[in-house]
Ligand binder design. Structure first.
Ligand code: ZN
Length: 265
């Protein structure tokens, strides 16, 4: 049986000398298939099966296995050969999408969020940490982990005069300084600016969510909060996230060397 389906390539792994195993996120959830002969220089399907590309796939189903017949690229987001920090972050987003899209319902919402984040990232006109943090907050919100922003979770005060707030990572809510009872590794002290950024990053429409401007110090604090909350809620670590942080720290000339090597693969 054959079917046509559109989706985003999350992962493409070498299999044998000429084949690849490809993981795609569609509106119906994840799809796995084997792309035979795709590593041959004459393959017409290579561009459509590259990571971060949204393509239309013609798939042949045999038993419980799927085989690629044709891959037609429709939209390119982050391109191979762009800067290594962008590529590393795109890989993290795709790993998260693969992890989070469990069924048709989550597949659709995760696909929308990851596609938009990849498009923004591809433009390279926003700080990578900002894109990462807004993506983390929005993804959690789509999975039902929307933080409770309205008021202090203990006393109900509206945070009107509070310059410092505390986010409880486990509960996904905020408390005022008067209700903060002492050090707790799962409670993050944050500035009011960061509270507003977190709030806006999940309440804004998808197209405006990443249009945020902030001083570097606030962005750093926001990124730390987003990552801690994200990892706490997902209950796992991501190697691709560690790699993203590692490449960010590399000197500029080393990054350029890696990019040159990537171009020649
Ligand atoms: Zn309170």
């Amino acid at each position: 049986m054959e079917k046509k389906v559109k989706g985003l390539v999350l992962r493409s792994t070498q299999y044998g000398d000429y084949d690849k195993l490809v993981t795609v996120l569609t509106e119906e959830g994840k799809l796995f298939f084997k792309a035979r002969g795709i590593r041959s220089i004459t393959s017409k399907n290579a561009a459509g099966c590259a990571p971060f590309v949204f393509s239309e796939f013609q798939i042949e189903q045999r038993g419980d296995k799927n085989y690629l017949k044709r891959a037609q690229p429709l939209f390119t987001t982050v391109r191979q050969g762009c800067d290594v920090v962008t590529l590393a972050l795109a890989s993290f987003m795709c790993e998260v999408a693969e992890d989070a899209a469990l069924d048709a319902e989550t597949g659709k919402s995760v696909l929308k969020i990851v596609m938009n984040a990849l498009f923004i990232l591809a433009k390279e006109d926003r700080p990578a940490d900002l894109v990462c943090s807004v993506f983390e907050f929005r993804l959690l919100a789509s999975l039902g982990q929307m933080p409770l922003f309205d008021a202090c979770a203990r006393c109900g005060s509206a945070f009107d005069d509070d310059e410092i707030l505390y986010m409880r990572l486990g509960e996904g809510d905020f408390i005022c300084p008067a209700c903060f009872t002492g050090r707790d590794e799962n409670v993050r002290r944050i500035s009011r600016d960061v509270y507003y950024l977190a709030r806006r990053s999940v309440s804004a429409p998808e197209k405006e969510a990443y249009a945020l401007k902030m001083p570097p110090a606030v962005l750093k604090e926001f990124a730390q909060l987003a990552e801690r909350y994200f990892l706490f809620q997902m209950e796992r670590n991501y190697n691709s996230l560690k790699f993203y942080h590692e490449v960010k720290r590399l000197p500029e000339d080393v990054k350029k060397e890696i990019e040159k090597k990537d171009d020649t693969v």
